[in-house]
Write a protein of this length. Sequence first.
Length: 363
Amino acid sequence: MSTSYWNYIKVEELLAIQNGSAGDESELSNEEVLFITVHQIHELWFKLVLRDLSSTRDLFLLDVVPETSLATATRSLRRSSRVLRFAADHFGLVETMTTRDFLDFRDKLSPASGYQSAQFREIELLLGLKAEERIPFGEDTTWLDVLREEDGSHSPASRRVEARMQEKATLKSAVEGWLYRTPIDGSKPDQAGDEQSVRQFLEQFLTKHAEEMDAARSHARFPTLTPRDLGRLERRFEGEKQSARDFLLCEDPRQRRLRASMLFVESYRELPLLAWPREILDLLIDIEQAWLIFRQRHARMVERMIGRRIGTGGSDGVGYLDETALRYRVFPDLWQIRTILVRTKQIPELHHREQYLFRADDE
């Protein structure tokens, strides 16, 4: 059966839902329709992100992740990052309103809040943000309570989020499961002596890292520095060397191997069989960066529009938004790895480099 563009994407239905709490859109100002439209578009973007992140999570949950499927995963991750950046740019449209334009209809929103965006919360959950890492919405109100109806009963938002919470695996846990199995200089986690091999790799890298820090310290010793400044400089570089050791040689064996895997993939990314894994790690950083930019852009839009007023839902407004942008990180280890990477010529030589090269099948 043939169809038309108009019917295929449901244009009539789409254009009929920008009326907010009014009976008819004609009762609203252009600014209020703009506000509604931008947030509806955000929810459509979030829907696409959830689909792509879910399929990527499911891929990495496989016991064996086919090398050929990594291209699909990178495409989904890259698209998710781009969508989030597009969504952040839409705040510029909201900023075409004046403060008084917004205040004229802001009271209609109370006690509604962007905090109640179920899909926004789903993305956080799917990425891997933990409940204990959340910043409370209020002293006596949990973040889940805010999603319920005023009488405390379930809402579509609370049902959606609680259903997502039933999914035990997150993108972070799935990727970490895959990453944990990375052969580190030929050694796999199910092989005898793997823990010793991982520690040996890390010790070799830390030796090179210490040399790198010592060289950087010598370049930073300006002749005009006072003895007191020189002392601070020495402590700073020694502190960075110790921080790298504490991070890579942590007590938890699983965490230690995960961090070693991240370091290994990032350090030897030019090797053919590590190129796609490195792209995955880079895109995870890219997605989290895009998510942080979205939060920061939202905060600046709100501050520009209404300053530091209390939020419509009773939150601290811009203060709350700024705190989430500052503190919420799902992939802190991937960010930390950037701090301790060394120059190409400082990377330790591999004993089993040939295992990461393309190999022709035996005839």
